[in-house]
Design a protein around this ligand. Sequence first.
Ligand SMILES: Cc1ncc(COP(=O)(O)O)c(C=O)c1O
Length: 463
Amino acid sequence: MYPVLGDNLARFPELLQVARDFAAREVAGLASRPVAYLGPPPMAEPLPSAGAGTEGALARFAERWAPGFSASAGPRYLGFVVGGATPAAVTGDWLASVYDQNVSGAGDSSAIDLERETLGWLRELLGLSDAHSGAFVTGATVSNAVGLAIAREWLGERLGVSVSDEGAAALGPIEILSGAPHSSIGKALSMLGIGRNRLRRVPLLPGGREAVDVTRLAAALDELDGRPAIVVANAGTVNTADFDDLRAIAALKRQYGFWLHVDAAFGGFAALSPPYAHLVDGLDAADSICLDVHKWLNVPYDAGVQFTRWQDLQVRVFHNASPYLGHPGDVPDFLHLTPENSRRLRALATWFTLTAYGRDGHREIVERNIALAGSLGEQISAVAHLRLLAPVRLNIVCFTLAGNPDEDRVRVAARAVAASGEAFVTPTVYEGQHALRAAFSNWRTSETDTDRVLDALVEATKP
Ligand SMILES: Cc1ncc(COP(=O)(O)O)c(C=O)c1O
């Protein structure tokens, strides 16, 4: 064995302790370090010939790379929709590496059953019936792609074509309708050979809403004259966390018989909070559902989940049958259900956090985030040089600078906030206006953090 490797094998437990001590220091400093790093990356170095050992690697990482890492796991990083990582989730994630299970198939480990148990818990958390089965994937983009891949197979079945055998071209143009879909839906359509341009935008409700106008959706479905279609409903939009009326869309589904895919990447977690759970009423009627756990469940990247009522079609799309991998049976292995073949035990971090904090603990995180977003929204309304653009419906605050800011002014403002080291928010366009958004989804964020975020926003955007 290579000498450094032999030494590291002999001292593996000791090295884990060294890593633990380093990680503990990083975690302790998370809330006080700059939230974002805007400097240049370190100078590139050549591939080492001689190995430095784990301690040597850690020292070089600490010196060269760690200082430039953002505090995106910390409490004042409000960009995109970024969760942190709870202590239990980090523990589960570490152990996923330690055990290094390949949850592609059954036969040599109970790990696959842990993933199934975790999926069952998430199903219960969302209030789904057991008609839905699920699988872990890397995130919402892949979950959306998997859901739409199954939808594509379903369309083929309606039109007498096997898409998985003949290819997407055999289907001809596909009808796909949505109000305010996340950009990952377009990406999924591109990956699936359906094409981004097939996505037909249905008008939204008036008054700055990002929820689809269900009457207009019904009219668009009428125009299809019975041609099979996919409807993508949105449960939590990135600008204003708006929700389509899933119950009304489910009623349309009974009438028109389309495939209903719901992107509930972060909005699905509204189910945890009784005052907000009605936002996901009707979710169970979906044919496929996207949920991200690296967002509001606060497990480390990367982890998302997809659910579907159509596991048989899912197997048709994703099966990877061979003599050495086995064939999908009545309870298909995950390798027959997801784009990946070899798979990390992503479920372990989710299992740990759900076990450690339960439904009640995660409900508290969601409700605290919602309350803090509401309070930041109120305080922004009172700042003369800022303008709240939409009511805070859930956990996202969408605002802009007073006047009519162009893209440059908004980008400069976002950069100034990041440069303060105190907070991080991301630019967007909402209703044609250049804007900023602050998304609350981190388990650590407190009222004090929110005050610091407000101070940083006010200071960095001063005219
Ligand atoms: C509603 C929604 N769908 C999909 C995504 C894509 O998620 P991911 O980055 O995990 O692929 C996001 C990310 O913010 C989202 O908010």
